[in-house]
Design a protein around this ligand. Structure first.
Ligand SMILES: *[C@@H]1O[C@H](CO)[C@@H](O)[C@H](O)[C@H]1NC(C)=O
Ligand SMILES: *[C@@H]1O[C@H](CO)[C@@H](O)[C@H](O)[C@H]1NC(C)=O
Ligand SMILES: *[C@@H]1O[C@H](CO)[C@@H](O)[C@H](O)[C@H]1NC(C)=O
Ligand SMILES: *[C@@H]1O[C@H](CO)[C@@H](O)[C@H](O)[C@H]1NC(C)=O
Ligand SMILES: *[C@@H]1O[C@H](CO)[C@@H](O)[C@H](O)[C@H]1NC(C)=O
Ligand SMILES: *[C@@H]1O[C@H](CO)[C@@H](O)[C@H](O)[C@H]1NC(C)=O
Ligand SMILES: *[C@@H]1O[C@H](CO)[C@@H](O)[C@H](O)[C@H]1NC(C)=O
Length: 242
């Protein structure tokens, strides 16, 4: 009799203990942002990205990524062209770009959302980039999947994504062996005040559907407070339970 109640107590103790440990296990991913993420630091460590690092630095896009990662709960995805990719560009390609176009080029390699390779296979094209909505250009990227292989295409460039330099939320960084040149650079040379947009055609309305998203992400303060609210709520619940 005593033996039975002892084993009952033991049983409920183990149940409680395993419950607590699952709660701890579940709570572990929530406070993920331990230290600030540094995109240039990650690329430096990976090697062979000196040109892209220089561009991230020159255009301030690197800082923007670090700040946005810290202030949004969407995460981000970066396609990092190797030094070889830049070397394989037609001579003078980078130098011919205006300062604004250099910024656009770098931002075109950044998605304001975290995607796994599996996500990219099923995403609906075209996907908004950090450059989307500026200058009347769409600056979207298309993703096509076949098996476990995903290609990213711009209309000019079509290149496989095969190497994840970093793949944990909130930042995915994928190697690309070609620079993702936006089709917008070839369509409109000078300040691209897209005539279609001025005339209020169909492409105009689709642009308008895109633009409201962009500032919301760039701003992010609204999202941040929601995120914090949720996180502290979860923490309160956990503390109460444990
Ligand atoms: C990020 O890393 C680079 C290179 O390691 C460094 O120069 C830069 O100061 C770092 N930035 C931050 C915000 O820590
Ligand atoms: C980043 O740019 C600043 C000037 O804007 C320069 O002083 C610094 O050396 C650059 N750092 C890297 C790692 O290129
Ligand atoms: C990240 O965000 C927190 C709170 O929003 C802020 O205190 C911290 O200074 C930020 N860190 C960086 C590197 O921006
Ligand atoms: C990207 O995909 C969209 C939707 O399927 C399509 O309309 C567009 O032509 C594609 N663009 C390129 C450059 O492949
Ligand atoms: C991916 O791109 C390569 C060339 O860069 C091409 O040979 C291949 O067919 C493409 N795959 C898909 C699924 O589009
Ligand atoms: C825009 O409208 C003007 C006048 O209404 C017309 O001349 C021009 O061809 C139009 N452009 C486009 C791209 O539709
Ligand atoms: C960001 O959004 C908040 C409201 O969510 C607004 O009060 C603030 O002015 C916005 N900041 C910028 C820079 O747009």
């Amino acid at each position: 009799m005593a033996k039975m109640s002892f084993s009952l107590i033991l049983l409920s103790l183990t149940t409680i203990l395993s419950l607590i440990s699952t709660l701890h296990a579940q709570s572990a991913p929530a406070p993920a942002p331990s230290g600030p993420i540094n995109i240039t630091g990650i690329l430096e460590k990976a090697g062979q990205y000196t040109t892209f690092i220089r561009l991230l630095n020159q255009t301030q896009a690197g800082n923007q990524i670090n700040n946005q990662l810290n202030n949004s709960n969407e995460g981000m995805t970066v396609f990092a062209p190797t030094d070889n990719a830049f070397l394989n560009l037609p001579a003078g390609t980078l130098n011919k770009l205006s300062t604004q176009q250099q910024v656009q080029l770098v931002q075109y390699h950044v998605l304001p959302k975290y995607y796994t390779v599996q996500n990219l296979q099923t995403v609906s094209n075209p996907v908004r980039t950090q450059a989307t909505g500026q200058d009347g250009g769409l600056f979207g990227l298309n993703f096509t999947g076949q098996g476990n292989q995903v290609n990213v295409s711009t209309g000019i460039v079509d290149v496989p994504i095969y190497n994840a330099i970093r793949k944990d939320f909130p930042l995915a960084v994928y190697q690309v062996d070609k620079v993702l040149l936006p089709v917008e650079f070839t369509q409109a040379k000078a300040p691209a005040a897209s005539p279609a947009a001025l005339n209020g055609t169909k492409s105009d309305s689709s642009d308008n559907n895109k633009t409201p998203d962009a500032p919301a992400v760039a701003n992010g303060s609204g999202k941040m407070s929601v995120g914090f609210g949720m996180v502290s709520c979860i923490w309160l619940m956990l503390c109460y339970l444990v």
